[in-house]
Design a protein around this ligand. Structure first.
Ligand SMILES: *Cc1c(COP(=O)(O)O)cnc(C)c1O
Length: 376
């Protein structure tokens, strides 16, 4: 059975060899006679699986020991509440600042308002001209020198890859340069996690739902500087208190064991590929092929400003919405799946995460060419 090319934004494509390994180990993990799903999270075997996953992740991202790596649950959406509950109590007046670059950072800002004074440091939520090009809302990123951060804020929130809008920024400023050296930067990296090296040391914490680029749904990864842990509000549920989770090495309560195992296999796969520098080169090649095709076409339209186009999530528009059904049906007939854009922005979107081979992107480009020929 041929696997189709899956361009879903998440849950999304997994490396085929990882799925094969999981299948081979499904009934009997390493001679234990048990599936990983059936193991106690406190047993020798699972503790080995979990600590290897943590060590491999630490190596891949070059995370220093100043940071704890936590395997949690609830997704990035739960983190929008869990973060303020853990961090906002660090300062006398509970407040946090937000850079709004798309739907996910807007949601983070809204959720934080339940826990304190959540202010907008900068927003791309208005149409503007960038480098002489007219940009719609949330298709560009305000330059860091325009961000207004309160010196006494508990943290500054940024979403560095807006999955829906397809806006990616690695312009993570040092907080010194923003005149707020005491304010930790908190970055939602969910949809480009492990797609490239990242300067974790410039942040207070990063977090990611696994189902975009690291594994199956159900696991949320938090990498948090240890000095930020231990200030949770009294209302913070014990299972979501970073101090508890860190003290128990992600075993304060039963963690999502099978999802941790699968993510661990993905980490080993990434190491085998040569690590994040290598996978980044492949991601650049895929993104250049796809964007390069769109740029020379006068049929398709790219909404996002060139300087912040995501390597992972590529939104594009057909000349009119009447063509969309035809486009999607034709794509599906060729095994190109899940190309519909998010309902909030419409259009189409191709998510080309780590596990999408260049071959899949080239198949998509072939189809895009043929569709343009027959409908242009
Ligand atoms: C998918 C996503 C979320 C939400 O993740 P859930 O697991 O559904 O809570 C938040 N932020 C970003 C950037 C995402 O891509």
């Amino acid at each position: 059975m041929a696997r189709p090319w899956n361009f879903a934004a998440g849950p999304s494509v997994m490396p085929e060899v990882v799925l094969q390994q999981a299948a081979a180990e499904m009934l009997d993990w390493h001679g234990s006679g048990m599936s990983v799903m059936e193991m106690s999270h406190r047993g020798q075997e699972f503790i080995q699986i979990c600590s290897e996953a943590e060590a491999d992740l630490r190596e891949l991202l070059a995370v220093s020991n100043d940071y704890a790596i936590l395997f949690m649950q609830g997704g990035a959406t739960a983190e929008n509440a869990v973060i303020p509950m853990n961090l906002i109590g660090r300062v006398a007046q509970p407040k946090a600042d937000f850079v709004l670059t798309g739907i996910w950072s807007v949601k983070s800002h809204q959720e934080c308002q339940r826990y304190g004074d959540a202010c907008i440091a900068a927003s791309a939520g208005v149409p503007t001209r960038v480098d002489g090009v007219q940009q719609e809302a949330f298709t560009w990123v305000p330059s860091p020198d325009t961000w207004r951060v309160r010196k006494d804020a508990a943290y500054l929130h940024l979403c560095s890859n807006e999955t829906i809008g397809g806006v990616e920024t690695m312009d993570w400023p040092s907080m010194d340069s923003l005149g707020a050296p005491e304010v930790p930067l908190v970055v939602d990296v969910s949809s480009h996690f492990l797609s490239r090296p990242m300067p974790i040391e410039r942040t207070g914490m990063v977090f990611a739902g696994a189902q975009k680029n690291a594994g199956p749904a159900g696991l949320t990864i938090v990498i948090v500087r240890r000095d930020l842990i231990g200030h949770a509000l009294p209302i913070c549920p014990a299972a979501f208190n970073y101090a508890n989770v860190a003290a128990q090495h992600s075993m304060f309560n039963t963690p999502p064991t099978y999802a941790i195992y699968m993510a661990g296999l993905v980490f080993k796969w990434l190491k085998k590929q040569g690590g994040l520098r290598q996978i980044e080169q492949l991601n650049i090649a895929k993104a250049q092929a796809l964007y390069g095709f769109f740029e020379q076409s006068s049929f398709y339209r790219l909404p996002v400003h060139r300087s912040v186009r995501s390597r992972m999530n590529v939104p594009f528009y057909l000349p009119n919405t009447a063509l969309e059904i035809d486009f999607l049906q034709g794509a599906q007939a060729r095994g190109l799946m899940q190309l519909r854009g998010h309902k909030s922005v419409g259009g189409m979107r191709a998510s080309i995460y780590n596990a999408m081979p260049l071959e899949g992107v080239l198949s998509l480009i072939d189809y895009l060419k043929d569709f343009e020929k027959s409908h242009g």
